[in-house]
Design a protein around this ligand. Sequence first.
Ligand code: GLY
Ligand code: MN
Ligand code: MN
Length: 424
Amino acid sequence: MDQMGSGTIAVIPSAREQSRNGDVSFPFRQDSDFQYLTGFPEPDSVAVLAPGRGDGEYILFCRPRDPLMETWNGRRAGLDGALDRYGADQAHSIEDIDRILPDLLQNRDRVYYAVGCNSAFDQRLMAWVNQVRGRARSGVTAPREFISLDHLLHEMRLVKRPAELEVMRRAGAISAEAHCRAMRSTRPGKREFQVESELQYVFGQYGCGTAYPSIVGGGANGCILHYTENDAELRDGDLLLIDAGAELEGYASDITRTFPVNGRFSGEQKALYEVVLAAQLACIDEVYPGNSWNAAHETSVRVLTHGLVDLGLIDGEVDALIEDGKYKPFYMHRAGHWLGMDVHDVGEYKVDGQWRRLGPGMVLTVEPGLYVSAGTEGVDPRWWNIGIRIEDDVVVSGDGHEILTAAVPKTVDGIETLMAQADG
Ligand code: GLY
Ligand code: MN
Ligand code: MN
């Protein structure tokens, strides 16, 4: 509210329940902006911030208590809960919003609101504003400007406070434990979903869900970046790529590890793996305050291109190959993204047209990879169907970085040693 200034108001709707089929809804997941500001976990809610309002600056509209509805669908905080447990200055039933919100909009020049994200709510807000316009002759002024709240709010979300980092540390540790269990459980003949269930077991032990659909891809499936079928049989001699992370208290983690199904890397697998690992370690070294966001990506391109040349997968001079994008058939994504409440979190990557400088409290992933699809022209078939990505979650600290997901091995030795402890 300090940043919004006087004469403004912000209107932030919660997420809505989404029908899955019949009488079944998808598991409810609160909107990240709404969750960040309110901590209020229910659908059918609207938060209003009205700086300087005498009767209360933070107004929460929510579902009233209703014994019958709560018997069927679960407990509600109700208006008293909104005040007592969630710190609202004023709480109203969501059923009264059409009557109350126009009054709140009166004499406020600027409305902070994410236009275009929820078209049903856009229409309601315009109707409320029109009601206020209709009151002009009674000396009331209506809002003149709509501004996205993103700019202010997402810059806040980008820089994590200590309490947020503490949750992200725990999310990283839980996900690391899950990856270790999945690695130990892997063997030829199992199906990908059986390994996925080992991840889910650990997430579930901590009351977590997944931050995004887990990717568990053996062999050729490891070359499909967003593979989620997870139903193929794992074959002796193939690699398995797992990209999975827990969501804890609304915060994501995001880990990828790649390892041999039978517990031992082949010569080709090991050679490419060492290139990706070298790139990942070099990228992590680029994470420190003041460095450019893009430094890690540039480093990944350089190390990976070098490696591809050294191993004979591409020919030429490294600078020219980079210039011509010759690495792109093998490395088609970027080295990472912001991480927070959303797995691909909010926050600008460029400021005033320049790559942003990293600062303490920002959290990002570092995830270079190499993918050699079957049939890649000019590449010896012995390299085909090797897909490798190594991904960790990294916090920019005051003087360098902190890795949140270091507890899952990523060296060839570390992986082979852990897999030698395979259960059963
Ligand atoms: N799991 C999504 C990503 O790594 O970006
Ligand atoms: Mn990622
Ligand atoms: Mn990932």
